[in-house]
Ligand binder design. Structure first.
Ligand SMILES: [Zn+2]
Length: 466
């Protein structure tokens, strides 16, 4: 029937998610994410399309994270003008995240162009600007979970809860009809069960073809309840010695998870009512979007929301937008928790908070997730005694704690649980969104469980399907 897949990102790596499906005379894209990591490599990949944007007729998004949506404005600027389908919460998150990403692109390019000018090179344009970001949001059409919709003639889709972040979905696609009809399931990013606020992932529907993420394909992570207990202990002992807890966290998803968790602990009097400051303008805007989408909450969150009226605030939490207000936090001496971006301490206001608090042994730096190589977060996690912040050397005297259980990704055992029911039915399984060894580990286990052809596609690989 002439269906073809083309893997355009998150192939052998964890960023740049984008997979194309050629059906009849046009391409449909699943996700359109930004490549991140080493600047030059990411820049080169972000500027190149494997298929001209004007040849893509529709785009379906799994969720709002930048590595799944961050190139949509560039796609639109490059000539794509088809519909973009996503859940309502994904659209609303994109409406705050894509303009923020455009701002970062515009600031970044100033730095790049200064460097180029010194080398006598001509300036380059940003990847996209705020107008492109708004044009992208205008093309978005929202579809609730579990409601079938037509992507193109002969191609229908359904969103299923992926349990990864607010609005996240796995995408079920029905391609063609009659005897030639085939079903594809694209996992997007799969969340772990029991993750605070959002529902657990729904089981995958039966499918002929599977494209599944494998971020933690080779790893078993600590449970959410163990992580919760450890965070409670860390915050309590820091407060008892009169210190501050500094938490670098991604503005969308991780920050809200931690606020919700701390708010619950304070409400139940399991933690003293010291204030929690959320110091990130993007996190403030994203939190508003969380408030607008109670349809995505799990039972616990819905109940907590009913009893408090505002699960992400209510007295325990101060949201900081203004730079002056952020600076005032540096002078605060009493115990408190400060959550700020970026999650790996590479940019943003968190660096100021670290600079001001890292030398005091009463304080704690709590790293609630994975820290990539060569980042300041990784250096702290590795226990380095001295680190550089804004080109100055600082002695790390604060306690440093890393906790993995709040990860938004399913680990190996959870992925296997999701995939195993498809064994026997799935003709081909493609593992994406993982570093090589993580995907290989999962591929091996799937083959043992009777999955026929399991492969890890390379960037740019085209596969014709029968
Ligand atoms: Zn994600």
């Amino acid at each position: 029937m002439g269906v073809e897949f083309l893997f355009c990102g998150a192939a052998g790596e964890v960023t740049g998610s984008m997979h194309l499906i050629r059906h009849r005379d046009g391409w449909v894209a699943l996700d359109c994410g930004l490549f991140q990591g080493r600047r030059e490599d990411a820049e080169r990949k972000n500027r190149k399309w494997l298929v001209e944007p004007s040849e893509i007729r529709a785009l379906v998004l799994s969720h709002a994270h930048t590595d799944h949506t961050g190139r949509v404005p560039r796609l639109v600027a490059g000539g794509f003008d088809g519909p973009i389908y996503c859940t309502p919460a994904t659209r609303d998150l994109c409406a705050v995240m894509l303009p923020d990403s455009a701002q970062i692109q515009m600031e970044d390019i100033q730095y790049v162009n200064k460097k180029r000018a010194r080398q006598g090179l001509p300036p380059v344009e940003p990847l996209y600007d705020d107008k492109d970001a708004l044009a992208a949001v205008r093309l978005m059409q929202t579809i609730p979970y579990e409601r079938g919709f037509e992507v193109l003639p002969g191609l229908r889709a359904v969103f299923h809860e992926a349990g990864h972040m607010l609005g996240s979905a796995a995408i079920e696609l029905h391609i063609g009809d009659g005897d030639a009809a085939r079903t594809l399931v694209f996992s997007g990013d799969v969340g772990s069960p029991d993750k605070p606020i959002i529902r657990d992932p729904a089981p995958f529907p039966p499918a002929d073809y599977v494209i599944c993420e494998s971020t933690y394909g080779g790893r078993v992570t600590e449970s959410v309840s163990d992580a919760e207990q450890r965070i409670t202990e860390v915050v309590r002992r820091t407060y008892e010695r009169g210190g501050k807890v500094i938490i670098p966290a991604f503005s969308v998803g991780r920050t809200q998870t931690i606020v919700y968790f701390l708010h619950q602990k304070i409400a139940r009097k399991e933690l003293p009512p010291y204030p929690v400051y959320v110091d990130s303008p993007l996190a403030v805007n994203a939190t508003e979007v969380f408030r607008m989408h109670p349809e995505c909450y799990d039972d616990d969150a819905a109940k907590f929301q009913r009893s408090t009226g505002d699960m992400l605030g209510m007295g325990c939490c101060v949201y900081v937008q203004d730079v002056e207000e952020s600076k005032r936090l540096h002078r605060r001496r009493k115990p408190c928790t400060i959550i700020s971006a970026s999650g790996m301490c590479e940019a943003g206001r968190i660096r100021h908070h670290l600079k001001n608090n890292i030398r005091n042994s009463k304080n704690t730096i709590l790293l609630p997730g994975y820290q990539a190589e060569n980042t300041l977060g990784r250096k702290l996690a590795d226990g380095e005694e001295y680190v550089n912040i804004f080109h100055e050397r600082y002695h790390v005297r604060a306690e440093v704690v890393q906790i993995h259980g709040f990860s938004a990704h399913a680990d190996q055992s959870q992925l296997l649980k999701m995939l195993t029911p498809l064994s026997g039915r799935a003709r081909r399984t493609f593992l994406v969104h993982g570093e090589r060894e993580q995907s290989e580990a999962l591929a091996g286990l799937l083959r043992e469980r009777g999955f026929g052809e399991v492969s890890i596609p390379a960037l740019g690989e085209r596969i014709a399907l029968s």
